[in-house]
Design a protein. Structure first.
Length: 575
């Protein structure tokens, strides 16, 4: 520091963050953060990124973790600044994302008096964090930060919240001692890796795998989070195990892997859903059996035994009973499986079953869906034609960030993912407005990679102010907006299940190109199919940010689709 003759709580926080290797904070200032931001300016080791809304800070921090594996840090002032973080924190909680959210708070002297911009944030965040802290004494701050980061990244990663009153931020401190790892371990309350009965459960699992004739593996986000894709590849290949993925499990292995049968669930591939429905064994790895992948539980995979491999004991048996429960980190457990299943299955033992899934694929593949859609074309392009072109021209190591809604499902179906973690999206919370701020976090984390931000016209307007962050930090994000003039996914449900009662879903939109240009971003509107290829090429070659608005079929629907309340076997191919 150049001018401070003494340390204050702000210095202690910043020094603690540096001890944890923090390089970036996504934050927005306010009255009670001023002392903290004042001191933060003295520490050039940490880059402070200013979003245009605190929700953007949390979603950028979320993406930062997905790309780097290091907990993202977001910072806000008290009151409305803190509450604006909530959707981003909840999103991280649902998707198992490591995050440390820091909110400044009113002074402890007036806390509890309904002071200006006072909200009891620990009460608000308790259901959506792994743990939260209200810091009453600056002496506790280093230990709290140490524990917060440990919890955020250990076991099942999830957000942790620190609420920091302004008098603690300003409190004078004589020295700084950061806890050692062994000291922090004494205080940890992390979810422990319970090994109880693992050997017994492993024997059950091995028996089930050895006896199975029609197995299906469900690959979830946990495999990617644990960095277990190579181990997973060995497991499925050595045991002739066809696999399907959850939405966030996409990219666990390349889409063209011969055992990869695509996404399962409400908008999953029909053949993936039928494979699960007809399986005699389901091996679920790093997934919580959410309603979006199971459909109606009363009819879910009734012929199948279930092996559930999961790090969070609360998820085992919560939705689908497990015949064998393998509790632990995906990477560790799959390594054990690979050692123990060597030679357990004869080569080609399941060829007939895999051939049967391939036969179902031929009958219900995306090519048939595209053909059906094109018969209904008016004058516009389809979103899948845009996504397929992006997939052809994007760099192989690009990062793809979708928003939520129809654009999300079309991206999941038609972009060919080729490395683990290539796809970022809001899964469990389904939070519109995710893509643009998440793209900021992803691009800050990996300035060397192409980042493609894909969204609809509805989702774009949720957080389009983050164009300001893209402008300020000169981020070369490729912004792709597909404009159908509707809140597309809601409109689709209204069409299919509510007799086309389009209540509140048609959008009166502004001139998006002019909005992007006002931020100094090159922008183009594409209205013809023959413009798609050259404009995507232009974006791929550009070293700067570019905004492309594609005018697409207004009432195109996403298929396949399992109607609400129905079973996976009831997947609609088109309608």
């Amino acid at each position: 520091m150049s001018y401070a003759k003494y340390m204050i709580g702000a210095d202690i926080l910043i020094k603690s963050l540096l001890e944890e290797g923090v390089e970036v904070i996504f934050g927005y200032p306010g009255g009670v953060t001023i002392p903290l931001h004042d001191r933060l300016s003295c520490y050039p080791q940490i880059k402070h990124v200013l979003p245009r809304n605190e929700q953007g800070a949390a979603m950028a921090a979320d993406a930062y973790f997905r790309v780097t594996g290091k907990p993202g840090v977001c910072l806000s002032t008290s009151g409305p600044g803190a509450t604006n973080l909530i959707s981003g924190i909840a999103n991280a909680y649902m998707d198992s994302i490591g995050m440390v959210a820091i909110t400044a708070q009113v002074s402890t002297k007036i806390y509890g008096t309904d002071a200006f911009q006072e909200i009891k944030m620990t009460e608000v965040t308790r259901p959506i964090t792994k743990k939260n802290y209200f810091v009453k004494d600056v002496k506790d701050l280093p230990g709290i930060v140490k524990e917060a980061f440990y919890l955020a990244r250990s076991g099942r990663p999830r957000p942790v919240h620190i609420d920091l009153p302004v008098d603690v931020i300003k409190a004078e401190v004589k020295d700084f001692v950061y806890p050692k790892d062994d000291e922090a371990a004494l205080r940890e309350n992390a979810e422990k890796k319970i090994a109880k009965d693992l050997d017994k459960e492993m024997e059950k699992a091995l028996t089930l795998i050895g006896e199975s004739k029609k197995p299906v593996v469900i690959a979830g986000h946990g495999i990617i989070l644990s960095g277990a894709s190579e181990e997973f590849k060995e497991f499925v290949e050595s045991n002739d195990l066809p696999f399907v993925t959850t939405l966030l499990g996409l990219s666990v292995l390349p889409d063209n892997h011969p055992l990869n049968f695509g996404m399962v669930g409400m908008h999953g591939m029909a053949y993936a859903n039928l494979a699960v429905h007809n399986a005699d064994l389901i091996i679920a790895i790093g997934t919580r059996f959410s309603d979006r992948i199971t459909g109606n539980l009363e009819h879910y995979a009734k012929r199948a035994k279930v092996i559930h491999l999961e790090i969070d004991p609360r998820e085992i048996g919560k939705n689908v009973p497990a015949d064998a429960a393998l509790l632990g980190d995906c990477k560790d457990i799959i390594k054990m499986l690979n050692l123990k299943t060597a030679g357990i299955a004869d080569a080609g033992k399941r060829k007939g079953w895999i051939d049967k899934i391939c036969e179902m694929e031929e009958k219900t593949c995306l090519d048939k869906i595209k053909t059906e859609a094109r018969l209904k074309r008016t004058k516009h392009m389809f979103v899948f034609e845009v996504i397929e072109e992006i997939s052809r021209q994007a760099a192989e190591d690009s990062i793809v960030v979708s928003d939520v809604g129809q654009n999300q499902m079309w991206t999941a179906h038609y972009f060919n993912f080729n490395y683990p973690g290539q796809f970022l999206s809001s899964g469990g919370l389904g939070c519109m407005g995710y893509s643009l701020p998440a793209s900021v976090g992803a691009q800050i984390a990996r300035p060397d990679k192409q980042v493609w931000s894909i969204m609809g016209d509805g989702g774009f307007q949720m957080n389009m102010q983050e164009l300001g962050a893209i402008m300020e930090y000169k981020l070369p994000v490729k912004i792709i907006m597909v404009n159908n003039g509707f809140l597309g996914m809601v409109r689709q449900w209204q069409e299919l299940f509510f007799k086309k009662n389009y209540m509140c879903t048609p959008l009166q939109n502004p001139d998006f190109v002019k909005i992007a240009e006002s931020y100094g971003i090159e922008a183009h509107r594409i209205t013809r199919l023959d413009q798609v290829e050259p404009m995507i090429k232009k974006a791929a070659l550009s070293k700067d940010s570019i905004f492309l608005e594609f005018m697409v079929e207004p009432e195109a629907n996403v298929f396949p689709m399992v109607p609400p309340g129905q079973a996976l076997k009831d997947t609609l191919i088109c309608k």
